[in-house]
Write a protein that binds this ligand. Structure first.
Ligand code: GDP
Length: 422
């Protein structure tokens, strides 16, 4: 604080939802800066698990202002469903929420063409929500933004142009019945619902910071899924790393004072692409069950592996991390041994740094450091000294190797299951 970015230090699903929820207690404004409803941030609220896809994870704190920045792609109908579901559970989400008019829209034709693209040889294992194609339109200057919903004539004409182009490019996509006019008609109710939420996110955040209020910028996915710094092409289509924070909400980089990187005590990834520390199937199955490693958005089983230091060093560097939060330590409680990739080797030679391409990464083999497991429950620990010595040794070694202080360790899904670094 006053301006903290929370970023995933791995391939996403690190438990950012819980951490943003916890840090929101000390924040005045929370803003999402990129991604779309492919994010699935799980937060426990009054004993129930809520999965937030577009709404910032600060929403469960009464009165907390929550903003969706220009860097996010918004499926307006899904946003409305999510807000309605929160309201039905007694969270007055609508009154806390604001959205940038410059956020791009995910439209039904994005999902239809993604279904075709993901069924072919170029598939990368997306969540199928049209996000990549909405960002493609943004970069190609053919996208429609939240503000365009309020100019139906232009909106319809631009949709028709896009549909004509996509029908040529994806002749097998199910675009039947879609037209500019039908989309305007379909989206009219949600446009009216959304209009009062539109605000100048950049201006509001500037004013908040100028008034000494504390701002939290919430990322989705993780560094290794960042469009520029991830394992391209197996990445998401936006700037998931910390630099995307100010960019995605209309602030300059100089306002960021703190960058919190969230990492699990091990590694998971969903979708395709190289994963050097992936475990053999039987061990992965054991960890998947212990950690309930199934996608919050899709339910897909996550691929599981050990902690990967070359990947985390890369995350420290490209994000400028100032603090680390380690989640899901408790999931390793029953393991006899805990492994970490200290560095990689390729063709018998030590690899420096983290390879910039998925192809190079595919050829890397981890060189392991082995730690004895602690073989006892950590979920009740609330102080560093209450953690088993073997767990502390493991964490303190990781901290030293990365050169970034651990701020806290999470030992359970609930808000209070947190151990500050002593
Ligand atoms: P996000 O997208 O980064 O917010 O991560 P997800 O919400 O997809 O995945 C994190 C999952 O782990 C959620 O189900 C959380 O409730 C759960 N979780 C978070 N921290 C911990 C922890 O320390 N221990 C355990 N066992 N579960 C946790």
């Amino acid at each position: 604080m006053p301006c903290t970015v929370v970023v995933g230090a791995q391939w996403g699903d690190e438990g950012k939802g819980k951490i943003v929820d916890a840090l929101s207690a000390a924040a005045d404004v929370v803003a999402r800066y990129q991604g779309g409803p492919n994010a699935g941030h799980s937060v426990i609220h009054r004993g129930e698990t809520l999965v937030l896809h577009l709404v910032p994870s600060g929403i469960l704190h009464p009165g907390r202002r929550c903003l969706i920045g220009n860097g996010v792609v918004v499926d307006p109908e899904r946003l409305r469903e999510e807000v309605d579901a929160l309201e039905a559970r007694g969270v007055p989400a609508r009154s806390q929420l604001g959205i940038s008019p410059a956020a791009h829209l995910i439209l039904p034709y994005h999902r239809a063409v993604e279904a075709v693209a993901e069924s072919g040889p170029g598939a990368i294992g997306t969540t199928g929500r049209g996000i990549g194609f909405a960002y493609r339109d943004k970069a190609g200057r053919t996208g429609l933004r939240v503000s365009d919903l309020f100019d139906p004539g232009t909106f319809a004409a631009r949709c028709d142009q896009n549909l004509e182009r996509l029908r040529r490019e994806f002749p097998t996509a199910n675009l039947a019945g879609l037209s500019g006019a039908s989309l305007v008609e379909r989206l009219a109710p949600v446009a009216a619902w959304l209009r009062p939420l539109v605000c100048d996110v950049s201006e509001e955040l500037h004013a908040a910071l100028a008034a000494g209020r504390r701002v939290l910028l919430e990322g989705a996915q993780g560094t290794l899924l960042d469009l520029d710094h991830g394992t391209y092409p197996y990445v998401t289509s936006s700037a998931a790393s910390a630099a995307g924070g100010p960019l995605g909400v209309g602030l300059g980089p100089t306002v960021v004072t703190d960058v919190v990187g969230v990492t699990k005590a091990y590694t998971t990834r969903v979708g395709l692409g190289p994963f050097p520390t992936e475990m053999p199937a039987d061990e992965a199955a054991r960890l998947r069950e212990a950690g309930e490693e199934y996608g919050a958005t899709t339910g897909r089983p996550r691929r599981c592996g050990w902690l990967d230091l070359p990947a985390l060093r890369h995350a420290v560097r490209v994000n400028g991390l100032t603090r680390l939060v380690v989640t899901k330590l408790d999931v390793l409680d029953a393991f006899d041994e805990v492994l970490v990739a200290e560095h990689y080797e390729r063709r018998g030679e030590r690899v420096r740094g983290f390879p910039g391409s998925a192809r190079e990464l595919e050829g890397c083999r981890p060189v392991w450091r082995r730690f004895p497991g602690w073989r006892c429950r950590t979920s009740g620990a609330r102080q560093w000294s209450a953690l088993p010595e073997a767990a502390r040794r493991y964490l303190e070694w990781v901290e030293r190797e990365l050169g970034v202080p651990i701020a806290s360790v999470s030992v359970g899904a609930e808000r209070e299951a947190e151990v500050p670094r002593g």
